[in-house]
Design a protein around this ligand. Structure first.
Ligand SMILES: Cc1ncc(COP(=O)(O)O)c(C=O)c1O
Length: 386
């Protein structure tokens, strides 16, 4: 059964040209480009070249909503709930601009294992009266859930929370955090970046208030296509301050008065959509949606288990949770002199990366083979032994 699934997914290898040229184990950072992406980018160029300004009303203006609709089943959210932005940081800033921070409910609670960009952004809200509560973790693998839950109270307005931690691939108990936050009237922003496309998720069922992410990694969609989901019943009550004309109910009326908000998802839009990036994102979303994240996950667990077994047998420390239900798609292996080892791995066409304080990050996706795992570990073991 297991072998059958693996064989089926390997049929996708031919759609990802880079896997024929190297051992590509870095999908937690930049997923491989689908062959079809070149076709969609060509389509964009052809439309611009042949249709000119008419292209706006032949699909370009609605491209954000339509791209979000392809992504929606992967995240487990309804169609019409996702707006597209340049990246996670910009999407987070749009959410932050929906709230005030000058009253008693002014605390933003997060842990020290969140992605640094989120920390920088929310720290910047101090100038508007926000208080940042940074919950320390006991190690770099897991957040301290109880401490986080205890820190969320009636003064909390926002809780930005990674679904999967970028440093360790730890899958957090986001349901527990959402439950506590909602009990005290706070909102949770899930950062799905390290999970979407490799870990099955149902964001609607979780009743997350917001979810953000980008397309560069497991979604194989390339840069410039960040996404923002807002819970539908909440969306219509929010008035983002960080908006532009694309968020207006009638943008082409060009009224220079107070904004009359569009309904979601356009309500959260800023200005002109990032059309070429959204064309580039499409093929990856389509492929991930067609395969289905549960099948990707089944294979991912098998390949990451093999990586961990090989790493442990070679005497390396593994900085990733051992339990399958706690581990996302990447494995982090702690090796002395990690950056130099990675430089040598890349020189030998084994593409992985290194993060200080974590180790060498290795991430198989549905297009990788078990032989590639063994090859990468053979080369790593040989380099590290020198
Ligand atoms: C969990 C997580 N959040 C956010 C980011 C960065 O997001 P962006 O560059 O789209 O703002 C990353 C990038 O690696 C990430 O892993």
């Amino acid at each position: 059964m297991t072998t059958t699934v693996a064989d089926e997914l390997l049929a996708w290898r031919k759609e990802f040209p880079i896997v024929d040229t190297c051992t590509y184990l870095v999908s937690h950072s930049l997923g491989a480009m689908p062959r079809k992406t070149a076709h969609y980018l060509q389509q964009f160029a052809d439309e611009w070249s042949s249709r000119g300004v008419r292209a706006w009303h032949e699909g370009w203006w609605e491209i954000g909503r339509n791209t979000g609709d392809i992504l929606a089943p992967i995240l487990g959210v309804p169609k019409g709930t996702i707006s597209m932005h340049q990246n996670v940081t910009v999407a987070m800033a749009v959410i932050a601009s929906c709230f005030r921070y000058d009253g008693p409910r002014n605390r933003i609670v997060m842990t020290d294992l969140e992605f640094p960009s989120n920390v920088y952004l929310f720290n910047g809200l101090r100038r508007y009266g926000a208080e940042i509560v940074m919950v320390p973790s006991r190690d770099t693998m897991r957040t301290d859930l109880q401490r986080l839950l205890d820190a969320i109270d009636e003064h909390t307005i926002l809780v930005p929370l990674s679904y999967v931690l970028f440093r360790s691939a730890y899958i957090q108990d986001v349901a527990a955090v959402i439950e506590k936050a909602h009990r005290v009237g706070a909102h949770v922003i899930l950062d799905l970046y390290q999970g979407a496309g490799t870990v099955p998720m149902n964001i609607e069922r979780l009743r997350a208030d917001f979810a953000v992410g980008g397309s560069v990694k497991w979604l194989c969609g390339g840069p410039g296509a960040g996404y923002l989901y807002v819970r539908p019943d909440l969306a219509e009550t929010l008035e983002p301050g960080d908006v532009g004309w694309a968020a207006h109910a009638t943008p082409f009326a060009f009224t220079a008065e107070a904004i009359e908000y569009a309904h979601a998802p356009e309500r959260f839009q800023s200005g002109t959509p990032n059309v070429p990036s959204l064309y580039s994102a499409r093929a990856g979303y389509e492929i991930v949606a067609e395969i289905g994240v549960p099948a990707i996950r089944e294979k991912s667990l098998r390949l990451t288990r093999r990586l961990m077994d090989r790493a442990t047998a070679a005497g390396f420390r593994v900085n990733t949770p051992d339990k399958d239900d706690e581990r996302g798609g990447a494995v982090i292996v702690d090796v002395a002199d990690g950056q130099n080892v990675v430089d040598e791995l890349i020189r030998r066409e084994v593409i992985v990366d290194y993060r200080p304080g974590a180790g060498i990050r290795m991430a198989p996706h549905f297009y990788n083979t078990i032989d590639e795992i063994d090859h990468a570990m053979d080369v790593l073991t040989e380099i590290a032994a020198r």
